[in-house]
Design a protein around this ligand. Structure first.
Ligand code: CTP
Length: 408
């Protein structure tokens, strides 16, 4: 993660209940504090079997609470004090038994008591289940989880995969960074609430034969950052990604494609159901006219093979040409090696889009930071240099302010 302090000034009550995933809560504490949050750990009796309060105190820098009879709070009401000072309560791991307690509104120990006593309109409750797959699949657990969600808690996960018990299936707690990112997202302003955003990202790969192709250096990082920022801002996000090695941002629907034609064929039918289209992909302009079914061999030939190239469809221009009622608000990117303003403005007109985001391609490909230039009919504006997620958030705010005149 970058040095962004996305949780600066936020106070998190982190509750641990019984489960092997308590070791991930240690990492979560570090991630939250590195992001600027203060963390108050509360552990249930069962959690004490899995990790010690000494570790959690060392990582959070605060003594851990384990009992509702703790004498430290002046009014002797730990559940009130702890739940009033928190900006969010995160229960990670949340055991089947703890979720059952929440569902029933039980208050048998400090953590459940604090969850019940929290001012629900101000202090959100996040629950990260962690348990054996059979326990997770049991109708009683499913009933309880549904009840907890209906009562206003945000259920994060669980993920699927190898479990501590040796079995494989649903019930693994999400990773610490995923939980951190969910919390970060919660605190972002919801400037795109109710909007649907379609994004292309990454390079495309134009196959020559089964083992070779034409591609470029785009890493997809900017597009993935825009997808994450849009999701954080409350949008429903669809990300059409070329071949990249990046994890899908939380809450984003992802479609993987390879060639420009595939990207075009995925995007065009989706465009009319979206409010905004952001084309960050570095789409190959040309593809080999013919695909060789078999690998082209050297076979001692002295003459290098030559290729005919065919032009790929321009995805952004095609979306921008859709009839007004089927057309999302379009944002193009322009990666240039020189004369950024001139080329960006020329693209604005040629593609018929209201906003082009310019950047100097070779200086940004693969990097985590960037500088963006917004070019529209009104003029140019530079977004301050920053990491790609900060820039993406700025861009999302810019887009949101420009589309407010469009009804959702
Ligand atoms: N784009 C697209 N489909 C293409 C080519 C480009 O959707 N076949 C989109 C890109 O995602 C970007 C914008 O158009 O948002 C500009 O891409 P760029 O490659 O910079 O522009 P080109 O139109 O290819 O112009 P040139 O290569 O001459 O710079």
């Amino acid at each position: 993660m970058s040095d962004r302090q996305d949780l600066l000034g936020r106070h998190v009550l982190l509750g641990l209940t019984g489960g092997v995933a308590c070791y991930k809560a240690a990492e979560l504490t570090r991630e939250l504090t590195r992001a600027g949050a203060t963390v108050q750990v509360v552990m249930t009796e069962a959690a004490l079997q899995f990790i010690t309060p000494v570790t959690m105190q060392a990582l959070s820098g605060r003594p851990v609470f384990t009992s509702q009879w703790d004498a430290r709070p002046a009014n002797s009401m730990a559940h009130i004090e702890l739940s009033r000072e928190a900006d969010a309560i995160v229960v990670a791991p949340a055991s089947a038994d703890f979720i059952a307690q929440l569902a029933q509104g039980r208050a048998g120990e400090l953590l459940a008591l604090a969850c019940l006593a929290r001012p629900a309109e101000r202090v959100p409750l996040f629950v990260a289940p962690a348990m054996n797959r059979e326990m997770w699949a049991h109708p009683a657990t499913q009933r309880n989880v549904a009840q907890v969600a209906a009562d206003g808690a945000v259920v994060l996960g669980p993920a699927s995969g190898a479990q501590a018990c040796g079995e494989t299936g649903d019930g693994r707690m999400l990773e610490a960074v995923e939980l951190r990112d969910a919390l970060v997202a919660h605190f972002q302003p919801k400037v795109l609430a109710g909007r649907r955003v379609l994004i292309t990202a990454g390079p495309t790969f134009e196959a020559i034969d089964p083992v070779r192709g034409i591609t470029n250096h785009s890493s997809g990082k900017m597009g993935f950052a825009v997808a994450r920022a849009a999701a954080e801002a409350g949008a429903e996000v669809t990300l059409v990604a070329g071949p990249v090695h990046l994890p899908t941002p939380l809450g984003v629907r992802r479609l993987d494609v390879c060639s420009a034609q595939q990207m075009h064929d995925a995007v065009l039918p989706l465009a009319p159901t979206h409010d905004v289209f952001v084309a960050t992909a570095a789409v190959a302009d040309w593809r080999p006219s013919q695909f060789n079914e078999q690998k082209i061999k050297k076979d001692g030939k002295k003459v290098a093979p030559s290729f005919e190239l065919a032009e790929n469809p321009d995805i952004l221009a095609a979306v921008a040409r859709l009839p007004a009622q089927a057309r999302p608000w379009c944002v193009g990117f322009a990666a240039e090696s020189h004369d950024l303003v001139r080329h960006a403005r020329e693209k604005l007109e040629r593609k018929g889009v209201p906003l082009i985001v310019g950047n100097l391609g070779p200086a940004t490909f693969g990097r985590d930071d960037n500088t963006l230039l917004l070019v529209d009919a009104a003029g140019e504006r530079e977004l301050p240099h920053g990491d790609k997620l900060s820039l993406a958030r700025d861009l999302v705010r810019e887009i949101a302010s420009r589309i407010t005149r469009f009804p959702t």
